[in-house]
Design a protein around this ligand. Structure first.
Ligand code: NAD
Length: 355
């Protein structure tokens, strides 16, 4: 076997177990933190209150203003609370929006993070940060934003509604699919990516049917952890470029867009990345690279309420503009995609067609 690769792991500690939220206090002690500011979105305030009571005088309070895309004003407001409450770390309890806010404070103020993810987005495993200022989202990579510890407690996912569970799981799978054909892919990231797709493929439908099935939630969260870790180690391709364009420029919901676009990009890339796409297909019960798009489509049909960009409110008249934006600039992808190629992908996604 001829092999040639570079593997660079990100630092960090992961604790994974049903009920592991209870270990948060011990974890703060282990890390030497004394006052944790608990960060969450407004709807997750109750969970933050639970943690606040659990931490007692080691809590510096709650900031419940985390919002999608990390608006700069929110970072300023959260920093103010952190300074006034003498916080020496943050506990980010929630999805990518909450983790994103904690990352902004880690980047700008050096406040270390303990993350407790409650969606499958995977941000907690990546050094990628993002902030929105004057309607422009700026992103970057910095290891300073990696949480010191991530506590994965599948019991916290039980409350995630089906309307978020399905798209969030597909969002995680999208990281793994693109990790398999990334230029930096190596044997470890590919093992992780394939296992991620298999674990989510098995756990996601059951998590929708029976939301409190801890075994199904565990399988999906385990896959999301692996997928997030691959996202943190390799670059993403055409799929992420299209989704960031659609989400950023047309204000469409992040996870739903990923779920809807993914089968068509997989189909487009199948002939140029047959090995990667065969692994995707086999992880989902298919037989060959050419099955990848259909397997992802079938999983989306089973688990996601929204099946088309049209149903998310995208205007048909924006398709060409979106295709031109998404095909501009350079990004790694197994196959070069022209504006016409991207337009075809977006048209399929707009109608939610079978690939
Ligand atoms: P989110 O964090 O915005 O959460 C979506 C909604 O679900 C929120 O209203 C939240 O309150 C609610 N929620 C979360 N967990 C819940 C639970 N267990 N029970 C009930 N409700 C719950 O959505 P997301 O998809 O997790 O994150 C999306 C954001 O994360 C995007 O801005 C995206 O760009 C970013 N992201 C960043 C990275 C990265 O590496 N930096 C990776 C993935 C996503």
């Amino acid at each position: 076997m001829q092999l040639s690769f570079t593997y660079e792991a990100n630092p960090g500690r992961t604790i994974f177990a049903p009920g592991s939220l209870a270990s948060l206090g011990d974890e703060l002690t282990r890390l030497g933190f004394n006052r944790a500011l608990i960060i969450c979105t407004p709807p997750q305030r109750d969970l933050a209150e639970r943690i606040n009571a659990m931490l007692g005088d080691r809590s510096a309070g709650i900031f419940d203003g985390a919002l999608m895309h990390v608006p700069f004003e929110t970072v300023v407001a959260c920093r103010d609370v952190a300074l006034k409450s003498l916080a020496d770390c943050t506990v980010a309890i929630g999805g990518g929006s909450t983790t994103g806010l904690a990352k902004a404070l880690a980047l700008e103020d050096g406040l270390p993070i303990v993350a407790v993810p409650t969606t499958y987005a995977g941000s907690e495993m990546t050094p990628i940060w993002g902030m929105t200022k004057d309607r422009r989202k700026v992103t970057g990579r910095d290891r300073a934003v990696l949480p010191k510890t991530v506590i994965y407690d599948p019991e916290l996912l039980v409350s995630l509604p089906a309307s978020i569970t399905g798209p969030s799981g597909l969002n995680a799978i999208a990281h793994a699919v693109e990790a398999l054909y990334a230029p930096e892919a190596n044997p470890i990231t590919s093992l992780m990516a394939e296992e991620a797709i298999r674990a989510i493929g098995q756990g996601l439908p059951k998590s929708i049917e029976t939301p409190d099935d801890i075994s199904a939630r565990s399988s999906t969260l385990y896959g999301a952890w692996l997928a997030g870790a691959t996202l943190g180690m390799v670059g993403m391709g055409l799929h992420h470029k299209i989704c960031h364009t659609l989400g950023g420029t047309f204000d469409l919901p992040h996870a739903d867009v990923h779920a809807i676009v993914l089968p068509y990009v997989a189909e487009f890339n199948a002939s140029a990345a047959p090995g990667a796409m065969a692994r995707v297909a086999m992880a989902l019960g298919g037989l060959a690279a050419s099955d990848a798009g259909r397997c992802l489509y079938d999983l989306r049909r089973k688990t996601c309420p929204k099946q088309s960009l049209a149903s998310l409110g995208m205007a048909q008249s924006d398709i060409r503009h979106a295709a031109e934006l998404a095909s501009a600039g350079s990004y790694p992808n197994p196959k070069i995609a022209s504006a016409d190629d991207v337009e075809r992908i977006i048209i399929e996604a707009f109608h939610g067609l079978q690939p």
